[in-house]
Design a protein around this ligand. Structure first.
Ligand code: GSH
Length: 196
């Protein structure tokens, strides 16, 4: 979703090639991404993996996701790293714990621990955002990645504790580019479900 969203924000046409879980572990895909994950990006001679690297690549080449001013651009990139490297890790671990560890005897204890770590990060983020619309001036790739990380918390109740973050995410989701990306992504799952 985050790569689709970035593509829609910058108006870059794209084709999607779906990969089954099995195909992601085969040599052809491992050549694109050594960790056997999606998303990957191919454009002529260039193959990239890591959603953050792909979003940065698009943002650097097209208008709309990074400011022109050098310092503002550096700060927007800092927010991209903050989203992926500081906020996402406990959020991702929580998602994994919910999906893979629900039957473990220590699940409840670990979940509480992870949620406290997330609460700390959300509190810090919420204080920095304050009443602002976006993290640093105009909407940027930093907001796109931060909102895409917060999306993982939908339904967890954790965002309800921080109304300004809740509203921040809603603003992200209301962007026409997000809606187009979401609809395109949903169409993939709807098509897969109807052929299953
Ligand atoms: N840090 C990577 C994480 C990518 C990732 O977790 N991809 C998931 C799907 S959204 C995946 O490929 N999971 C299968 C696996 O890890 O084997 C990125 O941001 O691109």
């Amino acid at each position: 979703m985050r790569v689709r969203w970035a593509l829609e924000e910058v108006g870059q046409p794209y084709d999607v090639r779906l990969a089954s879980f099995e195909a992601m572990k085969e040599p052809a895909h491992l050549a694109r991404n050594p960790f056997g994950q999606i998303p990957t990006w191919e454009d002529g001679e260039l193959t990239l993996f890591e959603s953050g690297a792909i979003v940065l690549h698009l943002a650097e080449r097209r208008e709309g996701l990074l400011p022109h001013d050098a310092n503002a651009r550096a700060r927007a990139i800092a927010w991209m790293f903050a989203a992926l490297n500081t906020v996402e890790p406990p959020v991702f671990e929580r998602s994994m714990a919910m999906v893979l560890e629900g039957d473990r005897p220590w699940h409840a204890e670990r979940l509480a621990l992870l949620e406290d770590r997330i609460r700390d990060r959300l509190g810090q983020l919420s204080r920095r955002l304050g009443d602002a619309e976006w993290l640093d001036g105009a909407f940027s790739a930093g907001d796109l990645l931060m909102a895409s990380v917060l999306l993982r918390l939908k339904g967890s109740g954790l965002l309800d504790e921080r109304p300004n973050l809740h509203a921040y995410l809603a603003r992200g989701e209301a962007r026409p580019a997000f809606r187009r990306a979401f609809d395109a992504q949903r169409a993939v799952f709807t098509a897969a479900a109807s052929t299953a």
